[in-house]
Design a protein around this ligand. Structure first.
Ligand code: HEM
Length: 393
């Protein structure tokens, strides 16, 4: 029995047409599921907070200093001793890395909180806000300020040998502006970790183009038009490192985190994945990263999920594409029409058929379509092609 991906309390009479085929839905070829959140949840927070290095070897050299990604993790691991906000730490966090179009190496914490209030409480209680504000200030001044506000110590070597850029990209979706889809109902990913083990049964809205929009509660009544962008390619944005820059949010910016986990594949499938799917996926992500402006994509990182003790190791069994599109229609058009996603999509059905549809590969995505005030983009010492800095070029 299929159920709607949109939970009952977020269902509305449609003023926008559903994209499901008018001839009626077929039983999808394989089941997919959506995360379920408490009906009392109003919003959640997804944050991408990271460090940028000129090269991977710079990142490796920085691991021992405790000042780069380890410093960020010291905040995300913070747990409050206050009885009024005992769980200010993110409900879920993991590390991922990616080399960008300029060859810079980026390591980020991806963290999730159950509400904006919890995120704000964490940012204050952990000392993150004070530390972040100190990042581009002279070392002495920053340390003095940290001391006064109890921010937990300075950056260590802000003016030292290691040149770091910092970025934070924080999203505050209300629950009607988020949709998730998983091919597996046992292993949570991303925002699915906030549902505390809660996942739907097999959902109706998948297996046809437009099903992403049909799963998104706000799309029942809103066409979700954004600000069209046709920016440049690889060289968009200046080469020099920026000072502290906040980039304004965009109307109906569409954010996708689309993940692949082949850790449960056995030998034959594993080889097939690595030899046939992964290279095609990497090409698609490379296109969005380097030439995304052609299809309305501001930024795309193809990221390796990495272990805490192995921050720069890129040979894990989980990856994801994290991309920001000017509007949902552009993301739909790329996935439905562009050869790079069509190759991924068709390759997947060949892959599944050759394994008699018995596959260990897990796929998921989460999509957010946000109002400007639900986005926070800030960059310190990053090159001009980083994330949403590209939108300023
Ligand atoms: C939809 C395959 C990676 C963007 C789909 C669908 C499949 C698929 C089978 C249809 C899903 C359904 O409705 O049941 C894959 C595979 C991937 C992959 C096998 C990797 C191995 C990505 C990545 C992105 C992406 C990295 C973007 C960053 C989309 C979008 C849709 C979609 C936006 C929804 C289209 C719509 O409903 O209108 N993909 N994909 N995919 N994919 Fe991918």
């Amino acid at each position: 029995m299929l159920e709607s991906a949109i939970p009952a309390h977020l269902r509305q009479e449609r003023t926008q047409p559903a994209r499901a085929p008018s001839s009626g839905l077929q039983q999808p070829a394989y089941p997919s599921y959506s995360a379920r959140f408490p009906t009392s949840a109003k919003d959640l927070v997804m944050a991408v907070i990271g460090v940028q290095y000129a090269s991977k070897s710079d990142a490796e050299a920085d691991v021992e200093t405790g000042a780069g990604i380890s410093k960020l993790m010291s905040f995300t691991k913070h747990t409050s001793s206050s009885s009024s906000s005992p769980t200010a730490a993110p409900s879920f966090a993991e590390l991922a890395s990616a080399t960008d179009s300029r060859g810079f190496f980026n390591v980020a914490v991806l963290a999730y909180w159950t509400s904006r209030a919890t995120y704000d409480a964490w940012a204050a209680a952990s000392g993150f806000d004070v530390w972040w504000a100190s990042l581009d200030r002279p070392q002495d001044e920053a340390e003095e300020e940290q001391g006064r506000k109890g921010g937990g110590g300075g950056d260590g070597d802000t003016n030292g040998e290691t040149r770091r850029g910092w970025f934070r990209e924080v999203f505050f979706p209300s629950m009607d502006r988020l949709e998730t889809i998983f091919t597996d109902d046992q292993v949570p990913e991303g925002a699915g970790h906030l549902g505390v083990g809660s996942i739907s049964g097999p959902v109706r809205e998948h297996g046809y183009w437009g099903s992403m929009r049909d799963r998104l509660p706000i799309a029942q009544t809103d066409a979700l038009a954004g600000e069209k962008w046709t920016g440049g390619g690889t060289e968009v944005g200046g080469a020099e490192r920026c000072s502290r820059v906040r980039v304004p949010g965009k109307k109906n910016l569409a954010i996708i985190r689309s993940g692949q986990d082949w850790s449960a594949t056995r030998s034959e499938e594993r080889t097939l994945y690595l030899e046939t799917m992964h290279p095609v996926l990497a090409r698609g992500m490379g296109f969005l990263r380097d030439r995304g402006g052609e299809v309305g994509c501001y930024s795309c990182r193809f990221m390796d999920v990495v272990g805490e003790d192995d921050q720069n190791n890129d040979s894990t069994d989980r990856t994801f594409g994290l991309a920001y599109f000017d509007e949902l229609a552009s993301l739909e058009a790329w996935s439905r029409e562009h050869q790079t996603h069509l190759d991924i999509f068709r390759g997947f059905f060949r892959y599944a058929r050759s394994l008699d549809n018995s596959i260990g590969l897990r796929l998921f995505h989460e999509v957010l379509v946000l109002e400007p005030e639900q986005q926070l983009f800030e960059y310190i010492g990053c090159h001009g092609g980083t994330g949403m800095l590209a939108s300023l070029a």
